[in-house]
Design a protein around this ligand. Structure first.
Ligand code: G3H
Ligand code: 13P
Ligand code: ZN
Length: 330
């Protein structure tokens, strides 16, 4: 058993309290490999932002659990070497079983998500409570979820019916004792968050997605004032990045994300953690595709992963400074 404190990590408790009072959100960036991790740390050190390093179960399998622990510890040391020690949380994204959450805690994670949102309400409570009871023994913070994020597979009616129901949140918190709550107000995972028929088009033919349900967020905030709220599926899918991908052999059709102004607005509320994965994937892909098209003779991975890392760093800095508002909060 490794306690996260031995790795130099922190849990999310204090970061969230400061974020709510300061009206900003902590970036939760997913990573699977060294270049992504380097880009995150460089961006956070340069902007002096706290950060949540997110690892999905797929990422854990891809990178290996032992390597991940040393990578997280390395990230702490790397930050110091770059000249500024930012608070770093190592968080399990979308944990689906008690056993996975327990294993991550034993491997040094400082925070875990138990995503019971696909289960019936009572089962979600039972599973979340079990994880919280274990995690709190080690001061590890726990994120739960109520409401299911809509996806491209859902029809509009189904998407409506799975928003978080504000009348459930107090009961869920009381029965589970979670530290933060992910809610569903119209965001969704991936780079194609809405079907074209769910969107309108502006004069240039660009797809405009339906607005987030700030009314639901406000109702939730009223019921649990000061409680940390989490937004998943918060990539904005920048049109200029999609354009580079498609101009260099990619085929991303109807990619559409959450407009950054709406995320900015959410960040000033009780939303204190905003999850971004797809935008990073898109930025890396655009950079790599461009190198392959511009320099077909190139075969040194540093020559395409290096530019990808640079693109990622710029993207993260932009999110921190212009969207989440977490710069200078470390
Ligand atoms: O919400 C899911 C994250 O984007 C992680 O995705 O399971 O493909 O690693 P993944
Ligand atoms: P995106 O797919 O919008 O980046 O969401 C990521 C996420 O919610 C990770 O949990
Ligand atoms: Zn998510």
């Amino acid at each position: 058993m490794i306690n996260y404190k031995e790795l130099g990590l922190v849990n999310s408790k204090e970061l969230f309290q400061k974020a709510i009072v300061g009206k900003y959100a902590i970036p939760a960036f997913n990573f699977n490999n060294m270049e992504q991790l380097q880009a995150i740390i460089m961006a956070c050190v340069e902007t002096k932002s706290p950060v949540i390093l997110q690892v999905s179960s797929g990422a854990r399998k891809y990178a290996n659990q032992t390597l991940l622990r040393y990578m997280a510890q390395g990230a702490v040391e790397y930050g110091k070497e770059l000249g500024f020690s930012v608070p770093i949380v190592l968080h399990l994204d979308h944990g689906d079983t008690f056993e996975l959450c327990k294993s991550c805690i034993e491997y040094g994670f400082s925070s875990v998500m138990i995503d019971g949102s696909h289960h019936p309400y009572e089962k979600n409570i039972e599973l979340t409570k079990q994880v919280v009871e274990y995690a709190h023994k080690y001061n590890v913070t726990v994120e739960g979820e109520l409401g299911v994020l809509s996806g491209i597979e859902d029809n509009v009616e189904a998407a409506k019916s799975i928003y978080t129901q504000p009348e459930q949140v107090e009961d869920f918190l009381k029965k589970t004792n979670v530290d933060s709550l992910a809610i569903s107000i119209g965001t969704s995972h991936g780079a194609t968050k809405f079907k074209p028929e769910q969107c309108t088009r502006n004069a240039d033919g660009v797809l405009i997605p339906p607005p987030l349900r700030f009314d639901i967020l406000e109702e939730i905030e009223k019921r649990i004032p000061g409680f940390p709220i989490v937004l998943h599926g918060a990539s904005s899918v920048p049109a200029e990045i999609v354009k580079i991908i498609n101009a260099n052999g990619g085929k991303l059709k109807d990619a559409v994300g959450i407009p950054e102004e709406q995320l900015r607005r959410a960040a000033t509320s009780a939303v204190c953690k905003i999850n971004i994965d797809s935008d990073g994937r898109l930025a890396m892909t655009a950079a790599v595709r461009k190198v392959f098209v511009d320099s077909p003779g190139e075969f040194d991975p540093r020559k395409y992963l290096g530019p990808a890392r640079e693109q990622l760093k710029e993207l993260y800095k932009h999110k921190i400074v212009n969207v989440l508002g977490s710069a200078d909060k470390a």
